[in-house]
Structures are given as C-alpha cells and as structure tokens.
Design a protein around this ligand. Structure first.
Ligand SMILES: [Zn+2]
Length: 273
C-alpha cells in the first residue's frame, strides 16, 4: 500500500530528492525553466498536485492531491475550468491523471461510506487557523446527522462567530470529505452549500438523513427533541434522539425551553442555544 496519502510517514528518498531539487533550483534562481517543464519537475518531486475523477454520492468529482494529502474537491466537469480555479486558488498547477492512485481511491470510498478510520490526509495549509478549526470540527459530525453553525461556533470556543463559521464552511476546499453538508443554518434550514442546495440534500439523503423532515422541523420551529422518560434533549438527528418513540418524544423550540422544562442536554450531540 502506498502510504504517502493515508498517514504521516513520508518517503525519505523522495524527501531527499525534493530537497536536492529545491537546493538546485535556488542556486539557479535567475534561470527560468520553460513553463511547460515546471509542472513535470514539481510533480516528479512530489511537490505538485495531480487530480483525477472519482465517484461520490452527488456524482463524479475531481479530487486533487499532493504529498501532504487531498487539497481540492470539485464537481467533475470541464478540465480547463477545474485547472484554472485550482491555479487561481492555490497559485500552482494541477495536472490531470486518468485515475487516482488505488490506495487513495479506496480510502476516499471508505470514508464516503462512513468509515471514520479511513485515515485520509488532507492538505489544509492554505487556510487560516480559524478555518482549520471549523473544518476539523465539521469532520466530527457523524454521518447522517446535522448540527448548526452556532453549535459549531460554540464547540470551537467562538460562540459569537456563527456567521464566520458559515463563511469558513463556504470556503471549504474539500467538500464531502470534510462534510460541511452536515452543518446547517442555526434556524434549522438546510440552505447554503458550496455545490448548491440540491446537492446538499442529496449528500444528506445518501447518508440516511431526511432533508424534507429537517425542513419540516425547521418550519414548525422545532430545534430539539427530548424524551419524557430520560429527560434528555438532543438535536433531532442525534442517534439518541432517533431512538425516542413517538409517544415519548417532546419537541422544543430552544435549549432554554428544554432547560426550563427540566431537561438536560445529551452528552453525545451537546445541544445548546
Ligand atoms: Zn443527542
């Protein structure tokens, strides 16, 4: 198995080769390589990104990666459009491959199927510390469940930054693998997704969530649900909430209302205002 994409180890021979290359390039700073040579040189040294299509629950996507991990995911389509948006975002080229390396394709497939131990490495170097914290927290939301922008803001210790959380998720370079589709508006509505609302619904549906039911709850003002036997309240998609039978289910419009009714927050989904 090629370990470069799936754990922290690096190939030391390759490291040495790229260090030698960098030394060589810096010695000849004044000499400019023809533009067509550079991507090949960088790719050979493991410093450039390559990309190829793969399947996803919302259709084929292009996945770009380099030796640090996966760098960019976008809906598959026009190669020129992908390459130019990659270059304008990262300031470096991405070259097209026919298919992803087998170990990487398998790890992506496993993660999309819900295997949290797939161990995919992601290259998030271009992002701010705040953005990385947001994406890292979004990765903790279980498959088929949703949380809100304000929940995520509070979880990362920035309770007033719900709007900035929304912006950071909108800037997610690696949708699906960083499941920003599992984070929804604080009023419970689904809208807002880098690939559009319909794709967000499809991504959630593929994981067993029910987008229509989520919208219905949002419209009826239900933010949380509790059990009158355990006196615990949850986000409606929490695995504990889904075990509550209809007879024992108590809807709440807010965490304050739940607390005032003597309910305590679930330790798994940690609901709050
Ligand atoms: Zn819960």
């Amino acid at each position: 198995m090629d370990t470069r994409y799936t754990n922290g180890r690096m190939d030391s021979a390759e490291d040495a080769a790229s260090e030698a290359l960098i030394r060589e390039l810096s010695r000849h700073r004044a000499v400019r390589a023809p533009a067509s040579v550079l991507p090949v040189v960088l790719a050979g040294a493991g410093l450039a990104d390559a990309y190829a299509p793969t399947d996803s629950p919302i259709g084929p996507v292009f996945v770009a990666y380099n030796r640090e991990g996966i760098s960019f995911v976008r809906l598959a389509g026009d190669h020129d459009a992908f390459e130019s948006s990659f270059r304008s975002r990262f300031g470096r080229p991405a070259r097209n491959l026919e298919r992803l390396p087998r170990d990487l394709a398998l790890a992506i497939e496993r993660q999309l199927a819900g295997d949290v131990r797939a161990g995919l490495r992601l290259d998030l170097r271009e992002l701010s510390e705040f953005e990385r914290a947001v994406l890292s927290k979004a990765r903790e939301v279980p498959r088929g469940e949703v949380r809100t922008y304000s929940w995520l803001a509070r979880e990362i210790g920035r309770p007033r930054a719900a709007r900035a959380v929304g912006a950071a998720l909108g800037n997610n370079p690696i949708p699906l693998l960083v499941p920003c589709h599992r984070v929804i508006r604080s009023d419970g509505h689904l809208n807002g997704y880098v690939f559009g609302g319909e794709a967000k619904r499809r991504a959630l549906e593929a994981e067993g969530a029910d987008p229509d039911e989520l919208e219905r709850l949002a419209r009826s003002g239900v933010r949380f649900v509790g059990s009158d036997t355990t006196r615990i309240y949850c986000f409606p998609t929490c695995r504990n909430a889904r075990r509550i039978s209809e007879r024992h289910l108590v809807p709440f419009a807010s965490a304050l209302e739940a607390a005032a009714s003597g309910y305590r927050p679930c330790r798994v989904c940690r609901p709050a205002v």
